[in-house]
Write a protein that binds this ligand. Sequence first.
Ligand SMILES: [Zn+2]
Length: 1014
Amino acid sequence: MMKFFRAKTWALLHDPPHKMWALYGTLKLTAGGHREDAVKVWEELGLREALGDPADSEEIVHAADDMASTSDRWITNFAFANVLRVFEYNKLHNIFDPKHQIDIRPLRRGELEDFLRDLAGELKPFASDPRRVYHALYALYEVEWAARKLPPSLADTRAPTHTLFDHVYATALTLNLLWPDGKVGGYAVMVDIPGIQQVVGAARKAGDFWGGSWMISTVTWLTLWPFVWEFGADVLLKPSPRYNPYYHATLWAQLGGDHRLWSRFGELYSSLLPRPVRGMFEPQHAVRQPVIPGTACLVLPKVRPDGRELGRQQLEREVKERFEKACELLLALASGDQVSEEPYAAFFKLLSEKEGAQKPSARAVVKLFKIIKDAEPRAFEGLLRARIVVLEVGQLYGEWLKVVKGEAGETASDLLKDLARARGELAEMLKAGEEKKEMIAERLALWALFALLYSELSLRAERVLVAPKAWFVLKDRTLEPVAEFERFYDSGGGVGYITCTTCGSEPAILRLSKKVVEPGTLDYSERARKLLKEPPFQLTDEEIDELKIGVKPGEALGPLCLTKRALYASLKNRLELGFESTEDVAFSLVAPELGGLAARLAELGGEGVAVKRFLESEVKSFDETLDQSAEKARAIYERAFRELMERSPEARDAVRRAAKTLSSKLSRIYQVEGFEVPEDFATSFRSYYCILRADADNVRRLAQGEIPVDSYLELLDQLRAEAERRGEVSVAEAFGKAGEIVGTLLKALKGAVPSPTYSLALSTALMVTALKGTALVEGELGGIPVFSGGDDDLALLPAEAGLAAVDRLRALYHGEGGFHRVGDCAVPAPVVYGKSFSLRFASILDLMADEVAECARLLEEVAKEAKWARGGGTLEKDALVLSESRGGGVALLPLGGGRESLKALEAMWIARLCGFLSANLPEDYERVRDAVEAAAKAGKEELAAELFRRALERNVRPDKLKERTVELLLELARELERSGAVEAPEPYGKPGDRSALTVLSRLVEAYRVARGYP
Ligand SMILES: [Zn+2]
């Protein structure tokens, strides 16, 4: 075991963290080269005592280093063969699109020494155990560096597209495939939970969403964790082990809850994740957001750390067992049980609750769940299914290598075909002999190995059929239910099962019917109360009343939906989960501002008391607190506020203040000044909320390295020019030569080689995007991040924050200047493709599950099918589809470029909210619409824009033309001159009819949808 973790540790440290400055000679720890400095770092960190001499691992780490060394080490080595001098270069370029770059400041000696000293101190408690010390180093190395805001070193100044951390983490990952003999082997594993949308989408309450999504995230994580702990986190290809809050929090608990260790992680995540409402950012808060996607990839060596062989079949069986186990553990979590089994105890410790800390309502749901699950365990088995694929890497590598060499015939893989072509063209260009041809083929195959593996895993996973859970089994030629479903029906059963009222697909395992006590108040029926009072439940009257918050009278719940409810209830307090109902989301921005008026509302008596109760309820529900009819509920609510303001001047002032605070809140959210909402904006009833669904465009192409290649060539040319300028002739020549080779290569490949560093950079970028996205949605916009995987998102938001959410999540995907900043470390953002969005204004009355499904459908069928003709070129996808659940409006806007059209829509919406822009603009615009379209078609885009602008002006209140928000709007409208036209499939009515419409007219359509909200 020592040998295994020594090699992995050396993989992380074989280049010292200050490598580039060691090469320049400006910051060195020894008199030798950077290798000697690396050994010195090993010693400074106390690793000689913990792990022995790194020289033992030199050979295999060298091989891994070579394989992970992305871009072009062999190209650079070849091109730079006769160049001895070190090329000094202090910029980091984005690996997906090198035209984005940032400066790297020099590292100071004191900074490095402090870093090493403190890191050594943090590692010390774990020094006696190779696995523990490796994990601690792996987790802390980059985090500690980022926390100190130190500049990351380049791994190779001749290929400035990756940092030292990118490189050494990729080296550790690669080592798995070479361990223990240096030959390519080991396994690639995929765990994929299909049908996630169905699992997550079946929801009646916002809390159900969280439950479903967290369930997927946690099952995936608990399946991976035993492998992560045994082999090291470097086995994770997806999700990224870097900036992974689930890894860091679980590891922290596994390592015994060390205080110093947490302080670093806490610091990191309190800047990346939403902060808890009360107090400090604690370890459990790191696992609150579902950010682990339902598709995960592992890379494992063929021999275990303790030296035992690991066979393919055995591994496959093990992954399956781990998945089953993870599902069981989830049921334990939902039942509030503790688990002390290794290596899961740590995760449970994170989530364990102090006795009695839970709210009574949550306790009642958990108690009910546990009793039902224990009574009918088979109903709860296999609720989630996984496709598991295990590949033998050595065998596949051999086959692929043949293809790249041109020795094998056909292949279905485009990437392999491209690699074979690249080999041919490179060999020709370099006039390579047999030996070199061989070398080129090997290099190319190794280089793209992770991308090839990922694509093979996805392909095979798609072919695995996963049967949904069987609720019935064939027994003696009759179908027998797997459980006694009707046992907990208050009807007593006997007439067959009914389906779950939440998802409509599984058989219900619990049914509690309702009765109407008085209009507006629901209760369980007498029969339901009787069922709950008798064994096995034996709930008290009080408990039964509390239960109503978790399981509404009239609901019938199936095993999956009940598990989600129980998970939410069980973890609500510990994880400080907020919103549970759609009303909670709809009111999330206004309710806190109105809190001060609660007491005064109560003084009104009657309806005032009801409104106070509504605003203050832990889970808002208009039909329980105000009235079952939404119309009446709205009337009661708004009447109470009107009455209050008429009666009391102080209350009126308070409402004014609330409107002011809301204005500044919205100013911040929309990053626009001049918001001034009227009083009734603060006091109007919120019947709508937003569903946001997003999906990054072309993720698969991105994973395969399909990115524009020009900027790579420009980079090499830029470096050549730089060397020339400095008079470094031999270096300039070498860059010229490298440019030729890379040019041939990239052209043949139609993109970059998705090297291990590239693959890991992509998953890391997605992880950081996911974290920052949840922080934005929950922390700033008052919404619920239901799911956030970096590439795809699902969120619920208050209606007033919907457009801002699209704008800012889209911006977030591309980072700031092409990078995500974490401290002074920079994670490159995948800037080459866009991200498409669907935003739906849904009524709190509508069935949420259906609305979410419709929102997702529009994303796929409208936004993803959009084509945008602009300035002679065509852009695809990267669009927003806007829709509403009532009124049926659908509109489409392009997001590419600088999101100008979305910005213009926001400005229109803001002007409307402030009362400056008429809601009738769309009707008025009808009069000029044909003229606008005709002008644009005739190439007179300026005229079209002028007509549009005049229509806008006509609809602004004449005395408000000088308002900032209006000026901003008109300014933005001017920028739309060359905005072109968008083609989209007609979302409703006319299937297949693709109509092109100018962005100007699309904008008015979008305004038509958005004008009525919130
Ligand atoms: Zn269900």
